[in-house]
Design a protein. Structure first.
Length: 135
């Protein structure tokens, strides 16, 4: 699925099951949405949105941890030249972001694209994953 530079909304529910690896990714295509384990950017279990792994990309870090064994709704949206992250319908942050072409072929859920099959796996559940391309 190549959405190019179109606006989009991605949403899903997630629930963790224990301590995450250093680079545990929920959604991966050259790095997207991480759950930090307290060492990566000192996030203490918060969501880290890395804008598609681009050089000098803006990162958004949620204000509250989601690595708590409870269900959380995560929403990521790119609208015009803004990128936003919501956790449980609360806006965590919005940043200006250049539109880059996105090809989602090979997207991975729960696993980093550079994974060696023994670490950096997301530990938990992902449900109701949805990606909507806005016209």
């Amino acid at each position: 699925l190549n959405i190019g530079s179109a606006d989009f909304i991605m949403s899903f529910w997630m629930k963790t099951d224990g301590v995450q690896d250093l680079y545990s990714l929920i959604v991966s295509k050259d790095g997207w949405i991480n759950i930090g384990n307290g060492t990566y950017n000192n996030t203490n279990g918060s969501i880290i949105l890395d804008y598609f792994g681009t050089e000098n990309s803006p990162d958004i870090i949620s204000t509250s941890p989601v690595n708590d064994g409870k269900w959380h709704q995560i929403t990521v949206a790119r609208v015009k030249n803004n990128l936003l992250l919501e956790v449980d319908s609360v806006n965590q942050h919005e940043v200006a972001a250049n539109k880059i072409d996105m090809n989602l072929q090979g997207i991975r859920l729960g696993r980093w694209i550079g994974n060696n099959l023994t670490d950096n796996n997301y530990r938990g559940w992902i449900d109701l994953f949805k990606l909507e391309v806005l016209k």
